[in-house]
Design a protein around this ligand. Structure first.
Ligand code: SR1
Ligand code: MG
Length: 399
């Protein structure tokens, strides 16, 4: 794609026709091309326009941040700087995990716009998985993405000064606050952002009264607030992944900041677990294999990068890599638990659960995600291997 021209504008939300105008102004297409524009954003925060030449399938995506959370409304203001953070994270993560993130063609900080690769030949992984797809390469690709983006942006790989410069660039308070509140606080208290059906009252009240659980969530929140280990994606659920039989692309890193590696891994685990819990018995194995493979590939590739490119002198010290991996594992198990609970009773649910039409089956599945979530948070020190994790999953995924 040719480098687009610059445009001088003040911020205003785009419409479908304004997005076409912008595409012309940026010289993304020739002036005589007939363009079509469709707003396809189904997330909680942004406008997303698919711009194509009439009659063609592949075009470009123009994504624009809104100055508030679309899912709540203008009463929840959000910084437009997240568009800059997202574009920079895509570029940096793309450098370390080539082929696994969309290409960025153009950014405009004032308009909070990112023009990027059109991935409409792929399907959002959550949608495909719910429809019974298995995407055989999904976990291999996601494991590689996690290992490489997280290792190469950490102090294990970078000079500490360079890492701190990067960390400054990715300070992301508004989006971190969403996670601190919606994932790591509100679901564990009687808070008005929570959203759950009546049939879960008893289960939820038990959770709110569980002081041991609250203590463990407090520890995980502290880690999220204070451990700037690597440039994490920050919102790595299956709605942030495009997939096909052969390709995987991780999108939407607007929550990126320097945080704990286990947060990204844990969100991947949890969002695959929704499928384990909601699929019929006979279709669960491919998803359990995905969870196992994500961890195996992450562990192997992270270790390989560590041996090859570890810059800190202690990366040569026996036992240090094992210590780091063990900490990442325990954090991942704990954050998976928080995400399971949050997507069940907090703000912003998942279709895997809410899409179950039969009320009894839906409530059973939701009770299982709450119970599994609680157990993962409380027992993460004891769940020390993928085998133990699989046993835990089996226990809570019975109908
Ligand atoms: C107010 S935003 C709600 C959720 O949408 C995003 O995808 C994140 O998961 C966030 O927590
Ligand atoms: Mg998102």
């Amino acid at each position: 794609m040719a480098i687009p021209a610059q445009v001088e504008q003040t911020y205003q939300p785009l419409t479908e026709s304004a997005a076409i105008e912008l595409a012309y102004q940026l010289n993304l297409f020739k002036n005589d091309t007939v363009l079509e524009s469709r707003e396809i954003g189904d997330g909680n925060l942004n406008l997303v326009f698919h711009i194509v030449e009439k009659g063609k399938e592949k075009g470009v995506i123009i994504k624009q941040a809104l100055p508030y959370a679309k899912v709540v409304g203008e009463s929840w203001p959000l910084s437009l700087n997240r568009a800059v953070i997202e574009a920079n994270a895509l570029k940096l993560h793309g450098k370390y995990a080539p082929g696994l993130v969309p290409e960025v063609y153009y950014t405009d900080d004032t308009l909070a716009v990112t023009v990027m690769e059109d991935l409409s030949h792929l399907t959002i992984a959550r949608t495909g998985l719910i429809q019974g797809e298995n995407y055989p390469l999904l976990s291999e690709h996601v494991g590689q993405y996690l290992a490489r983006t997280l290792f190469y942006t950490s102090d294990y790989a970078l000079d500490p000064g360079e890492k701190k410069e990067l960390a400054k660039k990715f300070v992301n308070p508004d989006l971190c606050k969403i996670t601190e509140d919606l994932v790591l606080t509100d679901p564990f208290f009687n808070h008005d952002t929570n959203d759950f059906e009546d049939g879960l009252q008893e289960e939820v009240h038990k959770l709110w009264g569980d002081f041991l659980l609250k203590l463990e969530v407090a520890k995980l929140k502290k880690t999220f607030l204070t451990e700037g280990e690597a440039l994490i994606h920050g919102d790595l659920h299956t709605g942030s992944i495009f997939a096909s039989e052969t390709e995987t692309k991780v999108i939407d890193p607007e929550f990126a900041f320097y945080g704990p590696i286990g947060f990204d891994v844990g969100q991947v685990f949890a969002n695959l677990l929704f499928q384990v819990i909601t699929r019929p018995d006979e279709n669960r194995a491919p998803i359990i294999n995905h969870i196992e493979t994500v961890w195996a590939v992450f562990r192997e590739e992270f270790s390989r990068c560590w041996e090859q490119d570890g810059q800190d002198v202690f990366t040569k010290t026996e036992g240090y890599l094992d210590y780091v991996l063990e900490k990442i594992w325990k954090d991942s198990v704990g954050y998976a638990g928080c995400e399971l609970i949050r997507r069940t009773i907090g703000l912003s649910h998942v279709k895997d659960l809410d899409g179950i039409e039969d009320e009894k089956s839906r409530l059973t599945a939701k009770k299982n995600t709450i119970r599994l979530g609680r157990s993962l948070i409380l027992n993460r020190e004891k769940i020390s291997s993928i085998q133990a994790f699989k046993q835990e999953i089996a226990w809570f995924s019975q109908a």
